[in-house]
Design a protein around this ligand. Structure first.
Ligand code: CP
Length: 357
């Protein structure tokens, strides 16, 4: 057994040379295809860590991660907090709704106050596009965008890509760690629903297209962004029935009524009639096609209850993989790796923590 205080690989650390992104993760474009592949590869090691009886490694011991959320969240917040704790970081959970912001303190003053406590990373969710980038200008810490307005949600795209890659590798009988990203080339993905208000859609399109996938947006005209400049999509369709037989992945989006999506539609019932993945429509999918959704789901609106629970639906697997992918992102931004192989170093650290290294 390695006692907790004994020197281990975690005590002799150097920067990860394979990390291609900068100091922050604000957009999928910070990563590019190489950076995305690196995150997916490092995530493999953390998926393995998650399967252990004690799913914890000492990689970020002594580091402090703050989750600063100015909007509601279940998955992203808990996932980042779980990820940071599994990396042995200290976690401060900061909710704007119960903070001095409510007493008139500016977001900048609040962020600088929290940073003064000694913070290595801020994970930021905000209703305004660009808020995490603004925070990055105010602090020395790394900043991760956990969803900003209608702009981006990069870690959602990364966990979605990880999940697709994992399932395709399993189906091909390959180890996911040997999968690379070649399965994305020519993969046909339909992103369906409220594209106009969706940060998930933008990050998803950028990540999938960077890896070589062909992405079609499917939505009523009123829920397609007025300009698709900067959206590397293959096409736009208003006919879900016609698209479904030809896709490998059907990715559904939540109708974001809190962002006004309802006012762009005659009625929610009409939306479901045209764009909901009902049981009948799910029957149009090819045998191996996957169904995905970032959550939270409106069952009975964009996805039927029985479709959400089909074996081809990956929704809970997406959530599970989110922890490992966010561990990878935190590790690559904050962690210090022995040697040049980040994923190998993660595994080594984990074995040391488990007492078998
Ligand atoms: N997918 C997602 O961002 O979920 P939360 O809003 O619950 O974090």
């Amino acid at each position: 057994m390695t006692p907790p205080s004994a020197p281990s690989a975690a005590d002799d650390l150097k920067p990860p040379p394979a990390w291609h992104a900068g100091r922050h993760l604000l957009s999928v474009t910070d990563l590019g295809a190489e950076g995305i592949e690196e995150v997916l590869r490092v995530s493999d090691a953390f998926v393995e860590v998650a399967s252990r009886p004690i799913p914890k490694v000492p990689a970020l011991r002594g580091r402090t991660v703050v989750t600063l959320f100015a909007e509601e969240s279940t998955r992203t917040r808990l996932s980042f907090e779980t990820a940071a704790k599994r990396l042995s970081a200290d976690v401060l959970s900061f909710s704007v709704a119960s903070s001095s912001v409510k007493q008139g303190e500016s977001l900048r003053a609040t962020v600088e106050t929290v940073a003064a406590m000694g913070v290595d990373a801020f994970v930021v969710r905000h209703s305004s596009a660009g808020a995490p980038a603004q925070v990055a200008r105010w602090v020395d810490a790394a900043v991760i965008n956990a969803g900003d307005g209608w702009h981006e949600h990069p870690t959602q795209a990364l966990l979605d890509c990880y999940t697709i890659r994992q399932v395709l590798a399993e189906r091909a009988g390959r180890l996911v760690s040997e999968a690379g990203v070649k399965d994305f080339v020519g993969l046909r993905v339909a992103i369906v629903g409220d594209i106009a208000h969706s940060r998930v859609a933008r990050s998803g399109v950028l990540a999938l297209a960077a890896l070589g996938a062909e992405v079609t947006l499917v939505a009523p005209g009123s829920l397609v962004p007025p300009s698709l400049e900067g959206w590397p999509v293959t096409g736009v369709s208003h006919d879900l029935d016609a698209v479904l037989p030809h896709v490998d992945v059907c990715y559904l989006l939540r109708l974001q009524t809190e962002r006004g999506a309802g006012s762009f539609l005659p009625s929610v019932r009409e939306y479901t009639a045209g764009y909901g993945l009902t049981a009948r429509r799910a029957g149009l999918l090819a045998d191996g096609a996957l169904v995905m959704h970032p959550g939270p789901m409106n069952r009975g609106v964009e996805i039927a209850d029985e479709v959400a629970d089909l074996p081809r639906s990956l929704i809970l697997r997406q959530v599970a993989n989110g922890v490992a992918v966010r561990m990878a992102v935190l590790f690559l931004l904050l962690g210090q790796v022995v040697g040049g192989d980040a994923a190998g170093a993660v595994a080594d650290l984990g074995h040391a923590a488990a007492g078998d290294g």
